[in-house]
Design a protein around this ligand. Structure first.
Ligand code: SF4
Length: 280
């Protein structure tokens, strides 16, 4: 059986960087905390827990914890949270993805100049919550066409618009168009990261050329679900698994070619394990 693993399967650059940072920090023997789970993958989070890493869910917890190192995950945090951590006496390692950090700096610079900020994204997403927290003035989050239609700019001068890094590009373009038609002076910055798009395009291509597809990722992972949907549209025999135990290897033997891809929270070792088992 021919087995092909998508090059873009698994962690994106920012997630890999954050997870590697935690594993590196464990080696120092110091107490390690992550602010929120470092990644939405149960296997990784429980492995880190076994190695002594503690997940902090709110900064109020800091007062009752022994001093150590707090690692900020790739989504980033608000300025207030960052400063509160800094003044807490804990050591901070900021593993905010540099693409997200760039958005923090952009909104800070423009709102400090008195410009109003628009964030195209989901208001409840932790990355967007973090970005809001770097704006010093007015900031509006817009996710839907309806919200864009009803938005009214009451200030003067330029509006600065950025996007959540994982926002859908087509939707972003449509929302910018609705806002532009209102005649406002908008500096629209496309801050969408292309890691998701690259992964989806490669999955589509691989599914087209394979007899069966295996997609690895958490059942709650929305980017994995999207990959499954894409692969199914090209290859009817698409299997959605979390780890190797979910895969029926006997059934897979009837296929000549199998493609493997994985969501952004799937570690390489899980992908490798599936690849080796398919090749046996
Ligand atoms: S911005 Fe891109 S590379 Fe960074 S964490 Fe998000 S998806 Fe990954």
């Amino acid at each position: 059986m021919e087995v092909t693993v998508a090059k873009s399967a698994g962690f994106c650059f920012g997630v890999k960087r954050a997870v590697d940072t935690v594993y590196e920090e464990i080696k120092t023997g110091e107490r390690v905390y992550t602010y929120g789970p470092i990644i939405h993958n149960d296997e990784v989070v429980s492995d880190l827990k076994d190695r002594g890493v503690v997940v902090i869910n709110s900064l109020e917890e800091l007062s009752s914890l022994k001093k150590g190192t707090i690692i900020v995950r790739s989504h980033g945090v608000s300025r207030a949270e960052y400063e509160q951590m800094q003044s807490s006496g804990f050591r901070i390692i900021d593993a905010t993805c540099p693409f997200v950090k760039k958005i923090h700096n952009t909104v800070m610079e423009h709102s400090d100049k008195g410009e109003e900020i628009i964030i195209i994204g989901s208001a409840n997403h932790p990355e967007v919550q973090g970005i809001i927290g770097w704006c010093s003035g007015k900031c509006t989050v817009i996710e839907t066409a309806q919200e864009a239609e009803s938005y009214e700019f009451l200030g003067s001068g330029q509006l600065c618009l950025v996007a959540q890094t994982t926002f859908n590009y087509k939707k972003f373009k449509d929302l910018v168009e609705i806002l532009s038609k209102k005649g406002y002076d908008i500096l629209a910055l496309n801050t969408i990261c292309n890691a998701t798009e690259v992964r989806q395009n490669e999955a589509r291509q691989l599914a087209k050329n394979s007899d069966a597809m295996v997609v690895i990722g958490g059942k709650q992972s929305s980017n994995t679900q999207k990959l499954v949907e894409i692969c199914k549209s090209e290859c009817a025999d698409t299997y959605y698994i979390q780890t190797l135990v979910d895969l029926d290897l006997e059934m897979l033997k009837s296929f000549r070619s199998v493609g493997i891809t994985a969501g952004a929270s799937t570690p390489k070792n899980i992908i490798k394990e599936v690849q080796i088992a398919c090749q046996k």
